[in-house]
Design a protein around this ligand. Structure first.
Ligand code: NAD
Length: 477
């Protein structure tokens, strides 16, 4: 129980959602419990000499389920990190990977630290030491446990972790696969930084391909012109807001950040605002719209789509009834508490749940891991061959046109577009789009066919639990 809000803790909230779905299934006795519980959580306290003193840091690595290995899950840097949160996030990873058919169990890590408090060199020392502690216990390992970025971490920390692993395993040819979300020069993959936000965009595009689903939210038409509120303009929120506003015609009318919110009914320039935040540390005093000091209240603004992309528990029993958005897509993990979920469900709000909505990150992490294990960039073998086959067709069409009396030409731009073979970024986006479409369809099939399932979250859990259960049943526990 969270003593401040009187609501269940984050982990209890995830468990309640799990149990709600599992109650609709016919799992063998004991299996439900086995799937639900977190297998293990390792707590480490380590000291680093910084600024002339020894500072002690507390970190966690939690493994929720090893039904498939390696287990996978990000590492979060935030002062509020605690065991309950890490276990909740690890559980979500199990269900998320099962839903998008990424061959991983669920894990998560966290370090209690305010990254803004330390400079780059200090963060490197801290990250190296944390990585060392986890690596020596096989809690970072290409075959067993593969972290990725999460809140407060990014490419830089992942590159440090990969380097630390390589130093401790000098003959492991697959060392780079020990962590994903690395920069390209350190074995990363094109499209990973944007992947979670891109996945949110693909999820919404797929949702809007089904008019019956859109109607359940009381909406109609396409994404064009839809008013969007985004909370958190970090990695996930920024990319989701950017792609939706520049590629799908959405209007981002409100952005909520840690120091307040900015509102502009005409649509906010996301690149300019992000630039401002990076330079000034928040949205206060920015020239892109009206400033509101109470950011949390802005979650209640009139809009078509609400995208919480910052942190857990922001939509809770205190504000759920006041939320006006008919459609919420959970870009963050756990932004809606179990209590709020019930209130929103009862008033007909459609929620595209976290375990699906932000799975773009782990999906592209999966591609990166495969790239690292295969030691070759996607597209390297076939790109030019594909281009030369396309060239053959274009040459032949042009010859036919020349040699026959039919007078026609190819449309301007066609040749360039058609001839270009797919590089790594195009392949990653294609794989991500396919994954998000397939996972949505598996959820919606349950949503529409199961008479006791009235929401997408329960549908998502049903699909995931069933897959994890089958995996345990197949191999025996
Ligand atoms: P981030 O650190 O890049 O960004 C978080 C943003 O939220 C920051 O801009 C921060 O200032 C803002 N913020 C913090 N507190 C806030 C508050 N109270 N109100 C409004 N804004 C606030 O983190 P991220 O990687 O974008 O992760 C955000 C969420 O998405 C987390 O829940 C994370 O678990 C989830 N997620 C991230 C990834 C990924 O690939 N990074 C993948 C899946 C899920």
């Amino acid at each position: 129980m969270n003593t401040q809000t009187g609501e269940p803790s984050f982990r209890q909230s995830v468990d309640l959602m799990f149990t709600r779905a599992a109650a609709l299934m016919d799992l063998p006795p004991g299996l439900e419990e086995k799937i639900r519980v977190c297998n293990s959580t390792y707590t480490v306290r380590f000291g680093v000499r910084l600024r002339g003193d020894i500072h002690t840091f507390t970190g966690y690595r939690s493994v929720h389920s090893e039904h498939t290995e390696p287990v996978k899950g990000g590492i979060r840097y935030a002062p509020s990190v605690n065991q309950d949160e890490v276990e909740a996030l690890a559980a979500l990873m199990t269900y998320k990977c099962a839903l998008v058919e990424a061959p991983f169990g669920g894990s998560k890590g966290g370090l209690c630290i305010d990254p803004r408090h330390w400079d780059t060199d200090e963060l490197e020392k801290i990250t190296r030491r944390f990585a060392y502690e986890l690596i020596k216990r096989d809690l970072i390992d290409p075959a067993q446990n593969v972290p990725a970025p999460d809140m407060g971490t990014g490419e830089r920390e992942m590159a440090i972790i990969a380097d630390q692993y390589a130093r401790m395993h000098t003959t492991d040819i697959n060392a780079r696969a020990c962590v994903t979300g690395k920069p390209i020069h350190a074995g990363g993959i094109h499209g990973r930084v944007e992947a979670t936000g891109r996945g949110v965009q693909y999820a919404l595009q797929e949702f809007f391909r089904h008019p019956e689903d859109v109607a359940k939210a009381g909406l109609s038409g396409t994404l064009e012109g839809k008013r969007v509120v985004v909370q958190g303009l970090g990695n996930v929120g920024y990319h989701a807001a950017l792609f939706l506003s520049t590629e799908d015609g959405c209007k981002v009318t409100h952005v909520i950040e840690h120091d307040g919110a900015v509102e502009n009914a005409g649509g906010i320039d996301i690149v300019a605002l992000r630039d401002w935040i990076v330079r000034n540390g928040g949205v206060k005093d920015c020239p892109f719209g009206t400033y509101h000091e109470d950011g949390a209240r802005v979650l209640e603004a009139e809009c078509d789509i609400l995208i919480p992309a910052a942190m857990e528990g922001v939509i809770n029993m205190h504000n759920a009834a006041a939320i006006k958005a008919p459609l919420i897509i959970e870009a963050a993990n756990g932004p809606v508490t179990a209590g709020a979920d019930e209130i929103l469900r009862n008033k007909g709000t459609v929620i595209i749940p976290d375990l699906y909505a932000n799975a773009g990150g782990v999906t592209v992490s999966y591609f990166e891991w495969v790239k690292n294990l295969s030691h070759i960039r996607f597209g390297r073998m076939q790109r030019r061959q594909e281009e030369s086959r396309h060239q053959l067709i274009v040459d032949e069409l042009e010859r036919i046109s020349r040699d026959s009396s039919i007078n026609w030409t190819l449309s301007p731009g066609f040749k360039d577009k058609y001839l270009k073979g797919a590089g790594e970024l195009e392949l990653v986006r294609s794989g991500l789009d396919d994954t998000m479409r397939a996972a949505y369809q598996s959820m919606r099939e349950v949503w529409w066919s199961h008479d006791k399932v009235s929401d997408l979250r329960t549908a998502a859990f049903l699909v995931s639990i069933d897959r994890v259960a089958k995996s345990y049943t197949a191999k025996g526990i």
